[in-house]
Ligand binder design. Sequence first.
Ligand SMILES: Nc1ncnc2c1ncn2[C@@H]1O[C@H](COP(=O)(O)OP(=O)(O)O)[C@@H](O)[C@H]1O
Ligand SMILES: [Mg+2]
Length: 195
Amino acid sequence: MIIAITALKGGVGKTTTAVHLAAYFQTLAPTLLIDGDKNRSALVWSKEDKLPFYVASQAGAPGLIKKFTHIIIDTQARPEPEELEDLATGSDMLILPTTPNHLDLDTTVKAVELLKTLNANYKVLLTKVDSRTKNGRDARKFLEEAQLPLFKDEIPLLVAFQRSPSRGVIVKDFPDPRAYIGWNKYKAVGKEIMS
Ligand SMILES: Nc1ncnc2c1ncn2[C@@H]1O[C@H](COP(=O)(O)OP(=O)(O)O)[C@@H](O)[C@H]1O
Ligand SMILES: [Mg+2]
């Protein structure tokens, strides 16, 4: 399975999603995360060798791909439409993370309009959802009304997600009593992809 995580905007949880889905897929079969972002965020995250899967740069990936069953591609903040097109044809599925924030939702609708013309297989994932507000529910309603395919589960806003990169670990291995909630949600998303 080749899955690309993309969005027309930065800061929506692409790298966080790529890393945690790669960790989930690694529990099923050998998984490679390709860091397609010039900022090399996933590669920096993996520097201490504490991630449970292999991370490669785009340049380093070609020779490795055939050794892995699952490939997760993390992408840069603002892909050109041509790049989206390449990702759509080169992957089995595109995942579009978005926060419940209005501007992010608006950008997601724009990305989907582009993807519709490409006949791509895509699904929207709500991220950084603050359970203390009703923003998540409102965003889900908005996306459903816009008839965007949406993951049943959403990723909660958790401190563990903010802090785990600096420790070089995924949330499952981050010492915080609420971290497991975040890991369970990414596991549920992974299961939905495989179902
Ligand atoms: N569910 C979450 N809860 C809290 N913080 C998050 C969550 N997901 C991502 N973040 C934080 O938000 C910021 C942007 O996330 P990142 O995954 O780097 O997004 P992108 O790759 O789209 O730019 C990072 O500081 C990250 O730690
Ligand atoms: Mg990123």
